[in-house]
Design a protein around this ligand. Sequence first.
Ligand SMILES: Cc1ncc(COP(=O)(O)O)c(C=O)c1O
Length: 397
Amino acid sequence: MDFRAAEWPLAGSPKRISGIELNQICDIADLAREDPDVIKLWIGEGDLPTPDFIREAALAALDAGQTRYTYALGVPALRQALDRYHKRHWDVDVGADRFSVTAGGVQAIMQAFQAVLNPGDEVIVPVPAWPNLIEIVRILGGKVVPVPYRVAENGGFRLDLDDLFAAVTEKTKVIAINSPSNPTGWIMPREQMSAVLDFARSRGLWIVSDEVYAHFTYDGTLAPSFLELATPTDRLMITNTFSKNWCMTGWRIGWIIFPAGMQTVFDNLSQYNTTSVATFVQHAAVAALDKGDDFIKLLVQRSAQGREIICNALDNLPNVRVFWPQGTFYFFFSVHGMNSGYEMARKILRESGVGVAPGSAFGPGGEAYLRVCFAVDPALIQEGADRLVAFLGRSGS
Ligand SMILES: Cc1ncc(COP(=O)(O)O)c(C=O)c1O
């Protein structure tokens, strides 16, 4: 199947734009977004509303007239709150002057790459990977060099650092890491982070580290962060978002931590991309950071329940390879004999009313997989699991 938007070149778009892949997750979701009978486990978001204390902070900011242009890097109160948040959770003093507030995690990634990528530069990306990461690099004229995760006997994913380092050429500019990883649920061990950082230093490479799922782990610890290992002047950019921790996907707010000395670069990038994120949204984000730790705990506990339900249910099927994700809120599984995850996702939607994401949406190596988001009501994930077990039980017999 050709997922490219074939008509675009006629409009004169440059090839790197006309060649953008359609987002297959949205493609499947568009088939039944409004259908109340479909259990929607395709998109990466929890089903809880944004907590009251955040909504109230937004309303208070609106009432207080926080509706005008503001600092491109973000309001000082928010950058200070970000600083406190990182000190509290990672015990690192970043400093408010190393943050830039962006329109979501996706825009944080866009700006991080805008800051360092020249056309033709290579970016090493472990795959399967979140599609936006890959397409952002392409939009900016960079070249994605995929490094497939290896799959262990137990179905678990692991990254072989020899594979990663062997992919480096004289054109390599960035190593992009997403840990905990969407879609695989893999978490990069601290020792690997340290080795990657040493390697990047020795070669003068950048690391772009997407750490949006850092809290979503299932062993009671926070996922390791490059922040804990790096110095302020390492070539490291960390991208993050309010979307996942506080159920704020629609608010469109995230952040970047950039190296000391790059404030003007990010001030300009923010200025010319968005001229800042909505001011009242930034004030609500302060409340999320300062008062939202308990909510994160609740969300992670809820996800842990969802993880138990879906993994246990599918574990019993002979034709499904189950690996319990270490992190994120995604279950990425392969079905024996399945050739196209895309066709399978459509069939599952049609025949059992469950919306899953096709693994092919996540680039090379994802074709044989399906992804389910389990950050939802346990009763709903149970119903989804029951339907999937019935469907996959039938198709496996
Ligand atoms: C790995 C990863 N990074 C970043 C994001 C960005 O999220 P948002 O743009 O909603 O903040 C997502 C969202 O699904 C993601 O999965």
